[in-house]
Design a protein around this ligand. Structure first.
Ligand code: FAD
Length: 498
């Protein structure tokens, strides 16, 4: 093999996590992806922090707006005790109400390609059809990768940092020295397809994602355009044999079992040709790696962790992980911080974000009272197995020195049950109204488990919208972002808030 090409940073994977690492700090960045873009991916419903925070920081927000994606004001849920759908609207967040309190439903072929082209415009050397084969090490340190170029030749790249953003099928994540730990609580399978001509919720909620629970699981209904809808059923892993016997039948039967989605698809036809014509299946088991970084390598996006899709958190966690990794790489390459300090902050923040969503989603599942359904019974917080809780608690422990309740297994069941009761109470108080009734609906954002989830997302969005801001440390004793959001700095060197 020839002499390795030399870079400062190698990014593996050109999804949202990978293309967040742009080369705007003078570093030489190369990105390899095994596929050719545009390429299909599931994960179409976004959150505002990605759109107004990360996309704005990356300088791609205008282009994303111009793409004409469906505007999503929030989520509508047929979930919990109310027979009527209720709303979770971004505009009712007391902190973020205003002109940027929306996100988009995106065709990921277009969205991911926009982000990847933006990375190339910012100086990243993007190489498609170039699968990474393995990490290369130099002693204890990851020092590069081997990959195959589009001509089929094996090549080597060397760099001071490798960021693995190659998604849930990552072949490199073990190079960080950890292992993937799966949550026993969220072990679902998703079967999904696309429909033309489905109905829409009444305005102004017509762009919302609709998530509707039924006996065997839940369905998502995402309006991708005026006529195209993404529909998926999330089922117990015990349904694997049924799904592999007949995907289409399983999806159609699930739709029939869920009245609200069945009615909305009354006049619709399933797309049967082209990229959207396939019925796909994904395990959406939730997992996190026991290590997010080691000398020379960091994991971002699904390569690091994934959590159940009911609240559309995947792309947020991916772009957040990419942003945190970029700050750490930039600080270390500029010689401003030791790598343990910079990547310690990366891992602590990333695990915190994962942990708050984990608790929130467990509480969310628990709200769906359905004691005689196997799917929902297995997802009651009170039925969570102690071992699962402990495994996950250990996983987040590093980030949570200040949150003793989350790292002590004996108090965990109590904490999760309290969060669930708290969330269910807030939903109850909002009433079933689809259209916002102001005060009542802000109840949701007052629930502590929701407030925790919003903290960092609000901060990212505020930074995107407001430009340079000074933030307090998120983790006790931790770092803060530099005013431009691109690096980490010690809090005592941060400029005073203006
Ligand atoms: P990806 O988008 O998977 O990108 C990884 C890239 O790495 C790919 O382009 C791939 O080609 C490349 N790659 C892989 N292996 C290699 C290799 N060896 N060498 C080079 N390149 C490689 N998220 C949401 O935000 N909203 C949703 O509504 C939502 N719904 C979901 C529904 C389901 C059923 C599931 C399973 C997930 C859902 N998600 C959702 C999650 C979302 O799909 C992911 O979290 C998100 O795509 C992660 O982005 P990423 O950049 O980490 O990885």
């Amino acid at each position: 093999m020839s002499v390795p090409e030399q870079f400062d940073v190698i990014v593996v994977g050109g999804g949202p996590a990978g293309s967040t690492l742009i080369a705007d700090q003078g570093h030489r960045v190369v990105l390899v992806d095994k596929q050719s873009f545009p390429r299909y991916q599931i994960g179409e419903s976004l959150l505002p922090a990605t759109v107004h925070g990360v996309c704005r920081l990356l300088g791609v927000e205008d282009e994303v707006r111009a793409a004409g994606f469906t505007v999503k004001r929030g989520g509508s849920f047929r979930w919990g005790t109310s027979p009527e759908p209720w709303n979770f609207l971004f505009a009712l967040s007391p902190e973020l109400s205003g002109p940027t309190s929306y996100a988009y439903q995106v065709d990921r072929m277009t969205f991911d390609h926009l982000l990847l082209k933006n990375a190339a415009r910012h100086g990243v050397d993007v190489r498609e059809e170039s699968p990474a084969l393995a990490a290369v090490t130099d002693g204890e340190r990851v020092s590069g990768i081997r990959y195959t170029d589009p001509g089929g030749r094996e090549r080597e790249l060397a760099a001071r940092w490798v960021v693995d953003a190659s998604g849930n099928g990552s072949r490199l994540h073990a190079a960080a020295g950890g292992r993937r730990q799966y949550s026993e609580f969220f072990q679902n399978l998703a079967v999904f397809g696309y429909f033309e001509g489905g109905g829409r919720l009444p305005a102004p909620d017509s762009g919302n994602i609709l998530c509707a629970a039924f006996d065997e699981g839940w369905l998502w209904y995402i309006p991708l355009s005026d006529t195209l809808t993404s529909v998926g059923a999330v089922l117990n892993r015990g349904q694997a044999a049924r799904i592999s016997a007949d995907r289409e039948r399983t999806l159609m039967e699930s739709i029939q079992r869920c009245a609200i989605v069945r009615d909305m698809l009354g006049g619709a036809v399933r797309v049967t040709e082209g990229t959207y014509g396939e019925i796909r299946v994904r395990k959406d088991y939730s997992y996190a790696d026991t290590r997010f970084w080691a000398p020379g390598i960091a994991l971002a996006g699904d390569a690091a962790c994934f959590i159940d899709p009911v609240f559309s958190t995947g792309v947020h966690l991916a772009t957040y992980g990419g942003l945190l990794a970029a700050r750490s790489v930039n600080s270390v390459l500029a010689g401003e911080l030791p790598e343990e300090r910079a990547f310690g902050e990366f891992e602590a923040r990333y695990r915190r974000e994962y942990a708050v969503f984990y608790e929130f989603l467990a509480a969310f599942y628990d709200m769906q009272q359905h004691e005689d359904s196997y799917f929902w019974k297995a997802r009651k917080v009170t039925n969570m197995r102690a071992g699962d809780m402990e495994a996950f608690t250990t996983l987040v422990a590093g980030a949570y020195s200040a949150e003793a309740a989350l790292v002590r297994p004996d108090t965990l069941a109590e904490r999760f049950s309290a969060s669930s009761a708290d969330l269910a109470g807030a939903v109850e108080r909002t009433g079933a109204a689809r259209t916002p009734s102001g005060e009542r609906m802000t109840e949701l954002f007052r629930a502590p488990v929701v407030a925790d989830v919003m903290t960092e997302m609000n901060q990212i969005q505020r930074r995107g919208v407001g430009g340079a801001i000074t933030e307090p440390p998120l983790i006790e004793g931790g770092l803060v972002p530099s005013p431009d959001g691109r690096r980490w700095i010690e809090p005592d060197t941060a400029p005073a808030a203006g």
